[in-house]
Every structure is written in structure tokens, then in C-alpha cells.
Ligand binder design. Structure first.
Ligand code: S3P
Length: 431
């Protein structure tokens, strides 16, 4: 049954919180742990539905996992060539990362596999990985000429590739790098702007020969992956909801502990600071090759800004909540170069404009972004996540400054990336 939440306005965000583990890093820890030699111990793994889909995919290919309490996962790595043919279709659920990265990984195996997903994922573009993988020699078939899942993959011997990606996409890059582990020569991916580099960092952590350069990265196959320990930091994309909440509710002062602040992910901090947000990074340190910090946020008077260019992929999952910050800022905010938002779990430009509009917000869609007029009062009412986890959590943040209660329908989907969100959201608020 689909759940709903009723959010009462107000409530300062004070004290200290910790958000669950990073979704992108958790996927990669499961994948590389499975392909590594020896045991990998993953601490702080996110048990979101997306990550559980990845875990289940590897279980179906013979990998065993030992789950301990407290977020520790032990992966019995099978080495690069140790996976078995799955006996059934692999269900990636809602997870684009699972589907796109697995497509690359499966393209180089010695067996046949089929990937499918939920009704949202089956509408998301897959040619962006299917085409370059086919260029490496992969045999992949899908609906609409390979654009949509289900995808059927017959593993093949692969050749290395040099690919210039039209979009800055970590999923495309990572898919090709994973296929590249099985190729007969180096693979290079160029990007128009740098996307998140968790795959590169973790591949290096596992001992792969991977060399990033200014506008791309090259993977040289041949080195085995060695299992080890991976400590997963808190997800900055989850912290972002609390950062914006603390900024827009007067009298807030919130410390978010142990958050990943990888520069390819920290665009949200740059954007919110440019809007006038008080955000401090404390206790900066390194965790398994990833930068981590505690983030202190104090409520601030925000102003509208123009956002576009290279910061867009560095904050790609945060635009729904950036648009909420903009709705409470003085002046207009213009978001450009963000066409990719249209092919996320939902069309996030259309989703935010329609749902915030229902509460009285002024957000005008444009082809590659939106224009938000700040300072329009928000009223209470009923809205929907539209089945998209980040739309739901962004609306919860907006509701804190509405003039009456906001009912959000279809809230189950927040478990995709942030199990426990609603409890933490209530706990962090003081009268
Ligand atoms: C992700 C990459 C991004 C992001 C997604 C997670 C990843 O997608 O939106 O939530 O883990 O590689 P794109 O590669 O499509 O930009």
C-alpha cells in the first residue's frame, strides 16, 4: 500500500545528525567487492532499495554476502572471472546505476543475462551505454533498438574503446570502465564536464591501473582487483535535504556528521554558499580514498543565483532541493544546462514545477532547467512524490515553510535512497 506523510510547518533543525551511507559508493563497493580477490568488508553500506537490487544481482551470480548488524557487509569476492550465469532475469528495481553499470560489467562475461527494472527504469535511456559497449564488441539487445530495458546481454570478448560521451554521466563512464576491465586493451572515456569519480577512486583502491586526466580517464586492464576494507561516508545527496532545511528555517543550527565531500559531488555546497548560505566544513579527512567532513549549517537569508556549466553534474541529484532553496530566496534563480534532469527517476523539471506550483510556488520549466521566483508564500495542500524519492524529500523540506500542513502522497519511494528519512526528519526538528 502506498504511504503518505503529513508535514506540519516550522520546527528549527538543531543538534547533530548522521545520514545513511552514500548510494553511489555503496553500489560500487558491492560490485568491486564481488569482483575482487579475497574478502571485502564494507562499513556503513547504504541499505536502500537501489543497493539491495545490486546485492541481489550478485547473489544471483553466485556471490555470497554476510550481513552484520551496524551496516557492515562482508563480500566473498570471486575475482574478475568468478561470476556464474544467473538462472533468472536480474531485476534492477528503480536503480539506473545498477542497470547501467551492470550492463558494462555483464558485457564481458562468458554467459548470457537479462536486466529489467520497474516501470520508471524501463523508460530511461540505455542507448548511451548500449551503443559504446556495442562498439567494444558487446552483444546487447533491448526494446526500441536497445534504448529501453529489458536488456539481453550475451557476454563476448571485448576490445578497448575511446569514447567521447555527449553527456557528463558517471553511469556511462563507469559502465565503460567496468567493461574495460575485460577488454583486450586500454579504454578511455572523455566527458564534457567531469562527473562523479567514485568508480575511478574505488577501482584504484582495489588496485586497478586507472589514470584520470583533465577531461577524461583511461583504464588499463590486466591487474587483478584485490578485496579490502571500504568505509562508506554519509551521502551528500541525502545530507542536502537537511542542509536546505536548516538554511530556510530561521533559528536552525545543524551539524551533519561524516558526509562525503568529494569535489565531484560537492556542487550543492558551492551553490548554497553562493546563495548566501552559512555552511562550514569541519574535521576534513579521508576515508578509503574519499574526502569526508562534518557539515555545519546555520539558517541564512538566501538570494537567487544563476546556475549552469560544470557545477551541474557536480550537483545533478540535488536540483529538486536546490529549487526549494531558491523558492525561499530573494530574487530569481535560473538553472540551465540541466537537461539531464528530464531523464532521471522522473522528469525532475516537470515534477518540481507541478508539485511546488500546487503549493503556490513559482517555478517555470524551460528545456534545460527552470526559473524560480523566490519569495512567493507557500500554502498547505496535497502533493505527490510522483514515485520519485528525491521529489518527495524535497517537498518535505519545502513544507517546513508552508503556511499550513502539507500532505505528501506516495512516500514509500524514499526508501530507494534514504531508508529512515521520515523518522530522522521529525527527530531533527525542535519546537
Ligand atoms: C550516479 C550517477 C548519476 C546520478 C545517479 C547516481 C552514479 O547519474 O544521477 O543518482 O552512481 O553513478 P548519471 O550518470 O545518469 O548522471
Amino acid at each position: 500500500m502506498s504511504e503518505k506523510q503529513v508535514i506540519q510547518p516550522g520546527g528549527r533543525l538543531c543538534g547533530e545528525i548522521q545520514v545513511p551511507g552514500d548510494k553511489s559508493i555503496s553500489h560500487r563497493a558491492i560490485m568491486l567487492g564481488a569482483l575482487g580477490e579475497g574478502e571485502t568488508v564494507v562499513r556503513g553500506l547504504l541499505r536502500g532499495e537501489d543497493n539491495l537490487a545490486t546485492l541481489q544481482a550478485f547473489r544471483s551470480m553466485g556471490v555470497t554476502f554476510d550481513e552484520e548488524t551496524g551496516g557492515t557487509l562482508r563480500v566473498a569476492g570471486r575475482g574478475l572471472h568468478g561470476l556464474h550465469e544467473p538462472q533468472d532475469v536480474i531485476d534492477c528495481g528503480n536503480s539506473g546505476t545498477t542497470m547501467r553499470l551492470m550492463t558494462g560489467l555483464l558485457a564481458g562475461q562468458k554467459f548470457f543475462s537479462v536486466l529489467t527494472g520497474d516501470r520508471f527504469l524501463r523508460k530511461r535511456p540505455m542507448k548511451r551505454v548500449v551503443e559504446p559497449l556495442s562498439g567494444m564488441g558487446a552483444l546487447i539487445l533491448g526494446r526500441a533498438g536497445g534504448e529501453y530495458a529489458p536488456l539481453a546481454i550475451q557476454g563476448k570478448a571485448l576490445a578497448g574503446i575511446t569514447h567521447r560521451s555527449a553527456v557528463a554521466s558517471a553511469q556511462v563512464k563507469s559502465s565503460l570502465l567496468l567493461a574495460g576491465l575485460y577488454a583486450d586493451g586500454p579504454s578511455t572515456v572523455y566527458e564534457p564536464h567531469r562527473s562523479r569519480d567514485h568508480s575511478e577512486r574505488m577501482l584504484r583502491w582495489f588496485g586497478a591501473d586507472i589514470r584520470p586526466f583533465e577531461d577524461g580517464v583511461t583504464l588499463y586492464p590486466g591487474s587483478p582487483l584485490r578485496g579490502g576494507e571500504v568505509v562508506v561516508p554519509g551521502d551528500i545527496s541525502s545530507a542536502a535535504f537537511f542542509m536546505v532545511a536548516a538554511l530556510i528555517v530561521p533559528g536552525s543550527e545543524l551539524l551533519i556528521r561524516q558526509v562525503g565531500v568529494n569535489p565531484t559531488r560537492s556542487g550543492i555546497i558551492d551553490i548554497l554558499r553562493r546563495m548566501g548560505g552559512h555552511i562550514e566544513l569541519l574535521n576534513e579527512r579521508d576515508c578509503s580514498g574519499e574526502p569526508v567532513a562534518d557539515i555545519l549549517v546555520k539558517s541564512s537569508d538566501l538570494k537567487g543565483v544563476d546556475i549552469g556549466g560544470s557545477v551541474v553534474p557536480r550537483a545533478i541529484d540535488e536540483f529538486p532541493v536546490v529549487s526549494v532553496a531558491a523558492a525561499f530566496a530573494e530574487g530569481s534563480t535560473v538553472i540551465r544546462d540541466a537537461r539531464e534532469l528530464r531523464v532521471k527517476e522522473t522528469d525532475r523539471i516537470a515534477s518540481m514545477c507541478s508539485q511546488m506550483g500546487a503549493l503556490g510556488g513559482r517555478m517555470e520549466p524551460c528545456e534545460d532547467g527552470m526559473v524560480i521566483t523566490g519569495g512567493e508564500p507557500l500554502r498547505g495542500g496535497t502533493v505527490s512524490t510522483l514515485g520519485d524519492h528525491r521529489i518527495g524529500m524535497s517537498l518535505a523540506v519545502a513544507a517546513l515553510r508552508a503556511s499550513g500542513p502539507v500532505t505528501i502522497n506516495d512516500t514509500d519511494c524514499t526508501a530507494t535512497s534514504f531508508p529512515g528519512f521520515w523518522d530522522l526528519f521529525e527527530c531533527a526538528r525542535k519546537d
